[in-house]
Ligand binder design. Sequence first.
Ligand code: NAD
Length: 407
Amino acid sequence: MSAFTNAMRQLELAATIAPLDPATLERLRHPQRIVDVQFPVKMDNGSTKFFHGYRVQWNNDRGPYKGGLRFHAQVEMDEVKALAFWMTIKCAVVGIPFGGGKGGVTVNPKELSKGELERLMRAFTRSIADVIGPDKDIPAPDVNTNPPLMDILADEYGKIIGHAEPAVVTGKSIAHGGSEGRGTATGQGGYYVFDVYREKSGFDPESGSIVVQGFGNAGQVIAKLFHHHGYRVIAVSDSQGGIHDERGLDIPALIKHKESTGRVSGFFGAREINQEELLTLPCGVLVPSALENQLTGEIAPRVQAQMILELANGPTTPEADAYFAKHGTIVIPDVLANAGGVATSFLEWQQNKTGEHWSEKEVFARMEPLIREAAKAVIHTAEKYGATQREAAFVLAIERIAEVARS
Ligand code: NAD
C-alpha cells in the first residue's frame, strides 16, 4: 500500500464524517501542479551530468506552497505526492497561512563531492526559480538535505532576482536567516501536543512509560523531553536495532552513546530487542519517529500502547487506524503531532519578512500557542463529529481550506 493510496483513503474517510464542500474535496484529490525538470551539473572530472528534479505543488488556497526538498536515489513520486498533500492538511490544521508542496532531486548525495553538491543545488534552484518564491512556494530541508543546502538555494535565488530574499526558503542556518529553535521544533511541538492530550485524557505520568521508534532529530528531542519531564522512556530503536530497559533509559547518556557509536545498540544495561518487539511493548505512549507504514493491520492487534503520538509522517496504515479506533487506542495524527516543525518554519519566514531575529525562547513562546490551539481544535472537532483524532484533523483542515478556496 503506497503512502499516496493511504493519504487519499484518509481524505475519503474524512468526507464520510462531516458535510464537507464537494468542490474542495475534488480540488484536494489532485495536485495543482507537478514541475518536472532536467538540468546539467559540471562534475569534478570535467564531465557534465544531467539530473532529474521535481516539485509537487498540491494546494495553495491558504497561502504559498510549503514543504521540503529531498535528495534521494529512488524518488517515488507517489510518496512525494502523499507528502505534499499531507503538508496541505498540516498547515491548515496548525492554522498557518501556507499551502502544501514537496520536491527533490533523484541523486545519491553521498556519491557527490561537496562542490558537486553545491553546483547541483544551484542548478536545481535555477531550474525551479520561476515557480518558487517567498509568496509562491517556500521549500525547506527534508531527507538528505540540510541548512547549508538551503543557504545555497537562498543565495542562488537572490542572484537570479537581483537582491537577497531569505524568505524564499526555511530551515537555513542561523547566520543566513534561519530561526533559533528550528532544529528541535518538531520534537518540542510533539511534546506540546502530547501535553494537551494528557490533560484531556487524564493520562497518568507515573504509570505512563514511553517507547520511541527512530532516534534521529525528531526521536531524540522527544525522548529527551519525556525524560526531562520525569517519564520513563523504556525503549528506543534506530535502523540498526532497539534497546529496552523497563526501569527507564538515561536519555542524555544514550544520545552521547549514539553520537559516539552511531547506534543505540550496545547501550550499557539495556536489553537488545528487534523493531517488532519494540512496537508491541506494553507502554503509555508509543512515538513512531522513523518511517512510513510501521503500524500495519498485521501488527496493530499486538500493539499495547494506550496512545500513539505520530512524529513520523504516515507511520500508521488505514487498516491499523481502523483497528486502533475500534479498540480505543488514541492515535494523535502526524498532521498535528509533528506540526511544530512547519509552525517554526512559518516563524522563520515571518522573521525574514520583517528583518527580525527572535531568541529561541521567543520562537517557542509563539509556536506553543499555535500548536496547543491546533490540538484543542482537533479534539473539539473529534467530539463534535464522534470522529477519530485523524478524521477530525482532516475535517478541520478541509473546512478551513474550503473557507478560502478560490473557484
Ligand atoms: P532522521 O533521519 O534524523 O532520523 C530517522 C531515525 O529513524 C534514525 O535514527 C534512523 O536510524 C531511524 N530509522 C530508520 N529506519 C528505521 C527502522 N526501520 N526502524 C527504526 N528506526 C529506523 O529523521 P527525522 O528528521 O528525525 O525524521 C523522522 C520522521 O519524522 C520522518 O518521518 C520525518 O518525515 C518526520 N518529520 C520530521 C520533521 C523534522 O523537522 N525533523 C518534521 C516533520 C516530520
